[in-house]
Design a protein around this ligand. Structure first.
Ligand code: ATP
Ligand code: MG
Length: 370
């Protein structure tokens, strides 16, 4: 995988690409090792649309987002490939080019609002700072705009809240402030990197709904990053599933759920918490652990955990290839729903592989995820 570069945009013929990522690689040099955190990712974000990036912890979602935004800067980082935003190449571009884009064109909401807010600066100043530096508005105009922004993100009594320090607010309120800051200069592209993992379930839904509402109302494109396939099911137009630094499946949201081909996507699907099931229902966690990104196996990175894997999977890395639908790509030798896949699963059940037994059981009981 990673030799031939496939562009979904070129294949679907779509011309409204806002962001095009081609064969992006971000490698960290750590001592003698090279951690391949992002290893040949290609994707497109269309104007006004939402792309979900889904994968387990450590799959490279944050490194990918930060690399696209150009905020991964350290001497041990090697970035290659191409990221074009509205036709401008961002990989290798100057700090001053990026500064013009940050906030005004693209911005980011981070996982933990406490780390992205300055604890010793009042919320009002943190919101107005961006407006003043980017749009050159006066102090009183910026204050008025900040009040409007806090209203947008449903913060009650915004005038009073501007005088608060971050610690005087709840986690949900702080994340609303971060969203207000990210939206302040009217970006055309917003990255939301696990924006709700630090929050309780009710607040999570409120924040995700707020982001979706803002995305629609502002006709802004959004990249929603999460480990939970359930979160992106109703909130995205397209989904890219990441595993070990690579995209292993990519499709429109409806196609992905109707016709998932990659066993990893299926495993993520099975691990979505089901609200219809009793409270004590446990998540079905994926067997095993992701591979060491500094020593990836020669074949498919998911092979060791895959219910379907055969020798071919352990020996040859599968290429990301299209299905009959050119905008649906997957990288698997023995895909879900195929005859070869079914036979491979039977073989592994016979061999007593725990992940195969549980996959066979899930497929019979749930009938879902193909
Ligand atoms: N500065 C760094 N030096 C070395 N390795 C790094 C560095 N930053 C990230 N990594 C590694 O890159 C891999 C991908 O990390 P990343 O934070 O992108 O994962 P993630 O998918 O966002 O996970 P999570 O869901 O936990 O946020 C991890 O194995 C991580 O240890
Ligand atoms: Mg992350």
């Amino acid at each position: 995988m990673g030799v031939e570069v496939l562009s979904t945009d070129a294949m679907s013929g779509a011309s409204d690409a806002l962001l095009t990522v081609t064969d992006l690689r971000t490698h960290f040099h750590v001592g003698e090792h090279v951690v391949k955190a992002v290893d040949g990712v290609s994707l497109t974000v269309h104007k006004g649309k939402t792309l979900g990036i889904v994968g387990e912890s450590g799959s490279g979602k944050t490194v990918l987002s930060r690399s696209i935004m150009g905020i991964n800067t350290a001497p041990n980082i090697e970035t290659s490939g191409s990221v074009t935003y509205n036709g401008t190449e961002l990989v290798g571009s100057s700090r001053s080019t990026m500064r013009k884009l940050w906030g005004a064109e693209m911005s980011m909401v981070f996982q933990d609002p406490m780390t992205s807010l300055n604890p010793v600066v009042k919320v009002g100043r943190q919101v107005t700072e961006h407006l003043r530096s980017h749009q050159g508005v006066s102090k009183s105009e910026a204050r008025q705009a900040a009040i409007e922004l806090l209203k947008w993100v449903r913060i009650p009594e915004p005038e009073k809240r501007l005088e608060n320090y971050p610690h005087q607010m709840s986690g949900g309120m702080r994340q609303r402030v971060c969203i207000a800051i990210a939206l302040a200069c009217g970006p055309k592209l917003l990255f939301a990197d696990e924006p709700t993992t630090a929050l309780d379930v009710t607040v999570q839904h409120q924040i995700l709904n707020l982001l979706s509402q803002q995305q629609r109302e502002r006709d802004m494109a959004m990249v929603l990053v999460t480990h939970d396939l359930g979160v992106v099911a109703t909130r995205t137009d397209e989904i890219a599933v990441m595993y070990a630094g690579r995209v292993v499946e990519q499709a429109s949201t409806s196609t992905l759920f109707d016709d998932m081909r990659h066993p990893y996507t299926q495993s993520l699907f099975w691990s979505i918490p089901k609200t219809s099931e009793p409270k004590h229902t446990r998540l079905s966690a994926i067997v095993g652990r992701p591979p060491n990104l500094a020593a990836l196996p020669p074949g498919c990175s998911f092979a060791a955990r895959c219910p379907y894997a055969q020798d071919v999977c352990r020996e040859q890395a599968p290429e990301l290839q299209p299905t009959e639908d050119p905008s649906h790509l997957f990288a698997c030798h023995l895909p879900v729903g195929s005859d070869e896949g079914r036979r491979a699963l039977e073989v592994n059940v016979q061999l007593g592989l725990p992940q195969a037994k549980s996959a066979a059981l899930r497929a019979t009981v749930a009938g879902g995820g193909r």
